[in-house]
Design a protein around this ligand. Structure first.
Ligand code: ZN
Length: 256
């Protein structure tokens, strides 16, 4: 009988997935996780816990894939994380820099991640998902789809998978499943707000992110948690979650 996978309370540091160490290269930037992989459980459990819209049935998780990032990209993130850890004086803490695993929904115009053999990202300029997997986030490009930004110009993530689902859009002609990203985020010391502040472009001195706390009650005009960072170095995509009910019949893909 196999033992249960460990239940992570923080994201272990060995979860920095290096492209160079993977043996994969080029556009092959994803690895499908087996259902007994501890990271599969970490991400799936957070997705399930985070589905909080009572009016929408929680969709099944179909797969979890880990994202391979270049050492250069990961090192920039680690450096930023260490800097924030020093600022909030928690360099010896288990979870330096108050790092969280948070969801982000975005546009996808290909069928990457839909099947175990679709691990190659596309080169379509409009496919934000593949662009983020390849280069990570770019504040200048984020939020173009939705004009309203509660906390100004930044990169938006959430613990609430059902909220990230609102921003998950597939423009491919035929597709089967929905996808969203689970990202490492250096939250640091968050500026906690219960009201909008759409002019924000950076957190005030001493803070590293802005966090919107849940207000209201389910069934009322409920707003859900959001965490916003204002520095590209504060976030890296770590996993792709594939979920939902089948949308279309299987077809040959022209893109990926
Ligand atoms: Zn793509």
């Amino acid at each position: 009988m196999s033992s249960a996978p460990p239940h992570f309370t923080v994201i272990p540091d060995d979860s920095y997935f290096s492209l160079e160490h993977s043996g994969q290269s080029g556009r092959s930037r994803l690895v499908v996780l087996a259902p007994d992989d501890p990271y599969y459980h970490l991400v799936r459990d957070k997705f399930i816990e985070g589905w909080r819209h009572a009016d929408r049935p929680r969709p099944p998780v179909r797969a979890v894939l880990k994202i391979l990032s270049t050492n250069e990209s990961l090192n920039v993130y680690k450096k930023y994380r260490a800097k924030v850890a020093a600022e909030i004086n928690d360099r010896k803490a288990k979870n330096q820099g108050n790092q969280k695993l948070l969801f982000h929904g975005t546009n996808r115009y290909c069928r990457v991640a839909e099947n175990p053999d679709k691990v190659r990202i596309c080169e379509l300029s409009e496919c934000s998902l593949c662009s983020i997997i390849r280069h990570s986030f770019n504040i200048e490009k984020s939020g173009n789809k939705h004009s309203f930004r509660r906390f100004g110009k930044g990169i938006y993530t959430t613990t609430c998978s059902s909220k990230a689902d609102d921003y998950s859009f597939t423009g491919a002609k035929k597709f089967n499943w929905r996808v969203m990203l689970a990202c490492r985020v250096v939250v640091g010391r968050p500026l906690i707000r219960r009201q909008d502040d759409t002019e924000l472009t950076a957190p005030p001195p001493g803070y590293h992110s802005a966090m919107f706390q849940v207000i209201g009650k389910p069934g009322e005009n409920l707003n859900y948690h959001e965490t916003v960072v204002y520095d590209d170095d504060a976030i890296r995509p770590a996993f792709v979650v594939v979920y939902g009910e089948k949308q279309q019949e299987e077809s040959s893909c022209v893109v990926c």
